[in-house]
Ligand binder design. Structure first.
Ligand SMILES: Cc1ncc(COP(=O)(O)O)c(C=O)c1O
Length: 398
């Protein structure tokens, strides 16, 4: 048999997608899908109009780092956090995912390490594996509102192979929001250790009380900072596959351009749509925040009174990692899909906790829920989950 690469063999199946096949085998069930971060919020009409008015004679490749007009528009939009930002500091990518993959690849040699605040977005594992890098997790805790660990704790995770630290802000899956003081401390720490700070800010506009600090604001350390943004969440356009890698480190941006050249250009249609998105008035973002605040309250409100269930209140993004009185969240999630039904034939699809930890023996009592449905549906999803817990055979007393 021909041999596959070690990297391919090491690739994890996406923890979030793992249940899809089992779900496809079920018939006649009304599933509340709160496992995947794909909102059902309509994509703003000006973006849909941009699709209709895209009438090129030829759909060409376009430049590797994106169309100049899109890079300029993205720089103008992000200038509210960094007035010095120029088009050459922005590379347009196929989603935030490709931006992360490019960042990891440009920064790491095979065997290098990337620190990540844990629990973390599960696909960082895949990007690291493809880039040949290792993820090293630094744990954050619900009891401390998932605060960024102290410099001493961060130091204990650093080795001579460490090249960067990545974190999401607002955070998936914890819903934590990090303000200026915390982000600045992390950046200063990273700079002192010669590391890159990769700030994944795809949820930057989704916060409920105080806004997150963007790493773009950190002028003095900008050579160390890489920011990831995306059309997927704030603009409800997951399928557009458009994101941005932003950095004022010109050497890094040159290499990102080369990575982009290897796959030719990002989609021109998506870039036209992004122009419409980046031109939306400020009121749009207020509405986005209100929508998700309502949804998150509906989701967490229904569950917070349920005995044995711990429900963190997210300060941003649209997820909650809840703790349940169960033996094993992978088993629980499968049981929900295959065995549990309410009298009305309903069940819930959840994302099991272990996928959000580097060590899969962690998170066994947790599931991540995503507030991607309207508030009444989320309330019902919470009720269905509470009903399921009462009859789950692997319920633990604690
Ligand atoms: C924290 C985080 N970063 C990046 C992504 C990737 O987003 P996309 O590739 O759709 O832009 C996601 C998607 O869920 C995410 O939650």
């Amino acid at each position: 048999m021909p041999r596959l690469s070690q990297r391919a063999l090491a690739l994890q199946e996406s923890a979030i997608r793992k249940l899809d096949q089992r779900v496809a085998q079920q018939t006649g069930v009304r599933f509340f899908r709160v496992n995947i971060g794909q909102p059902d919020v309509p994509t703003p009409p000006p973006m849909l109009d941009a699709i209709l008015s895209f009438q090129p004679e030829v759909i060409g490749y376009g430049p590797a780092s994106g169309l100049p007009v899109t890079r300029k528009a993205a720089a103008r939009y992000h200038a509210q956090w960094c007035p010095e930002l120029r088009a050459e500091h922005v590379a347009v990518t196929t989603g935030g995912s490709e931006a992360l993959l490019f960042a990891f690849t440009a920064i790491c040699d095979p065997g290098d390490e990337i620190l990540v605040l844990e629990p973390y977005y599960t696909n960082y594992n895949g990007f690291a594996t493809v880039a040949g890098a290792q993820i090293r997790a630094v744990r954050t805790h619900l009891a401390q509102d998932f605060a960024i660990p102290s410099n001493e704790v961060l130091d204990a995770a650093v080795t001579e192979r460490t090249r960067a630290i990545v974190f999401s802000n607002p955070a998936n899956p914890t819903g934590a929001v990090y303000g200026r003081a915390e982000v600045e401390r992390l950046a200063t720490w990273a700079v002192q250790r010669g590391l890159f700070l990769i700030a994944d800010e795809v949820y930057r506009r989704i916060w409920f009380h105080t806004p997150p600090a963007s790493a773009l604001e950190l002028d003095e350390v900008c050579e160390h900072v890489v920011v990831i943004d995306s059309m997927s969440k704030t603009w409800s356009a997951c399928g557009l596959r458009l994101g941005f890698l932003i950095s004022r480190n010109t050497e890094l941006m040159e290499k990102v351009e080369r990575l982009g050249q290897a796959r030719l250009g990002p989609q021109p249609l998506a870039q036209e749509v992004a122009l419409a998105a980046l031109d939306l008035p400020e009121a749009y973002y207020t509405q986005v925040r209100q929508t998700y605040q309502r949804r998150v309250e509906a989701l967490t409100g229904t569950l917070s009174g349920v005995p044995g269930v711990t429900v963190p209140q997210p300060a941003g993004a649209f997820y909650s990692m809840i703790e349940l009185p169960i033996d094993d969240s992978e088993r629980f999630a499968r049981w929900l899909v295959e065995d549990f039904r309410t009298a009305q034939g309903e069940s819930v699809i959840v994302a099991p906790g272990p996928g959000f930890y580097a060590d899969p023996s962690q998170g066994r009592h947790e599931v991540r829920l995503a507030a991607v449905l309207g508030a009444p549906l989320l309330e019902r999803a919470g009720e269905v989950l509470a009903e399921a817990l009462q009859v789950y055979p692997g319920r633990s007393s604690g």
